[in-house]
Design a protein around this ligand. Structure first.
Ligand SMILES: Nc1ncnc2c1ncn2[C@@H]1O[C@H](COP(=O)(O)OP(=O)(O)OP(=O)(O)O)[C@@H](O)[C@H]1O
Ligand SMILES: [Mg+2]
Length: 346
């Protein structure tokens, strides 16, 4: 039987986000949502004691949101997952493909293949065998110890995992999955500890990347430059951000070098994609994650990249009560991953 309800659970380093969607009708409907600050060190730790604390935070959130199901879809952190689109395979049967993927994965997975779960999605496969026929697949390699850790935490929180996927797969489903005709898009998830990138074309991920520079790096830079506590630095970041005309540009000047680190990686991703897929130039950029709320970030990115840049709205395709719309808009980009997870039906 198809799922009636799904919990999407995004266990972030700064906050845990939870979204419950109903799948009773064709259009997914919002049932409830919530978030809670992440305990520290949080899910990054491998110690059972720390993981218990994370599970307790999740339980707390579940109590508050009170979902009508225990079925949960959870995201693994992009920075710990290895993904690659493999283009250069000939036409292969399913059995041959599994074998070929194992072999090809040794090239981009920097650990023994026996220690990862390999999942793949066929992007393209010629209809029959021939000299020019080929297979293109998107491969996801998840370290087994990380998958096990997440399953352990869900178990501690008395939830029932129905699927585990990556943050970018979830984000892509929330923002583009429903529209295979949307133009080739670069998704950027600006989260607390990382910035994650995905090139998505016709609803298919063609490239992903993750770097260890995110919102925390911005906060730390302000704290250091002005000799502030992190809490105060966080406030300054949220108020002044990348707005050049605020405080004589003092905060802007501090944040700009870090934004530029992210942007230079963005340029590398665009360049690498366009070399591989010259017929699919990137037409626009969508910013998700809490960092997308940084004042001035949309305009700054648009100016530097010379592309149309938008803030992510994961609620756009979701059926929701009219009186919720304003409330949801406040921190919409931060819910991108959680919404994408809850949208997964199988
Ligand atoms: N209004 C805002 N302006 C600027 N930055 C913001 C704003 N709101 C949230 N952020 C930043 O967004 C980040 C949190 O984003 P998000 O919730 O996507 O991260 P996370 O999922 O907890 O972390 P991660 O995915 O790295 O584990 C923090 O660095 C926070 O400072
Ligand atoms: Mg996150």
């Amino acid at each position: 039987m198809a799922a009636q309800y799904r919990i999407g659970l995004d266990i972030g380093q700064s906050s845990i986000k939870l979204v419950v969607l109903s799948h009773k009708e064709k259009e997914a409907k919002l049932v409830s949502l919530g978030h809670i600050a992440s305990p520290q060190p949080g899910i990054i730790s491998d110690a059972d004691l720390d993981l218990e604390v994370v599970a307790n935070s999740i339980k707390h959130l579940i109590n508050e949101v009170n979902p009508p199901t225990k079925d949960v879809v959870v995201a693994l952190p992009e920075s710990r997952i290895f993904t690659r689109v493999i283009y250069d395979l000939p036409y292969l049967t399913n059995e041959e493909l599994a074998q070929a993927i194992r072999y090809a994965s040794e090239e981009f997975v920097p650990m023994p293949i026996a220690d990862v779960n390999l999942n793949y999605q066929i992007i393209f496969r010629s209809s029959e065998k021939g000299p020019k026929s080929r297979t293109v697949v998107f491969v996801v390699a998840s370290p087994k110890n990380i998958v096990e850790k997440y399953l352990k935490v869900l178990n501690m929180a008395a939830l029932k995992p129905v699927a585990v996927e990556t943050e970018l797969i979830a984000a892509s489903r929330a923002l583009l999955g429903i529209n295979p005709y949307s133009p080739t898009t670069l998704l950027i998830q600006l989260s607390a500890t990382t910035s994650d990138f995905a090139v998505v074309s016709e609803g298919v991920i063609l490239m992903t990347r993750s770097i260890a520079t995110g919102g925390m790096a911005l906060t730390r830079a302000i704290a250091q430059a002005f000799n502030f506590e992190l809490i105060q630095a966080e406030e300054y970041k949220k108020v002044y951000g990348l707005l050049e005309d605020q405080l004589e540009g003092k905060v802007f000047q501090v944040l700009k070098p870090i934004a530029d680190i992210i942007l230079s990686e963005v340029k590398r991703v665009i360049q690498a994609h366009e070399m591989q897929n010259p017929q699919r130039p990137i037409k626009r950029v969508v910013l998700g994650g809490g960092g997308a709320l940084l004042p001035g970030v949309v305009i700054y990115f648009a100016n530097v990249l010379g592309l149309e840049v938008q803030q992510a709205d994961p609620w756009y395709y979701i059926n929701k009560d009219a009186n919720l719309k304003t409330k949801l808009a406040v921190d919409a980009p931060a819910y991108t991953v959680a919404v994408g997870l809850a949208l997964r039906e199988n």
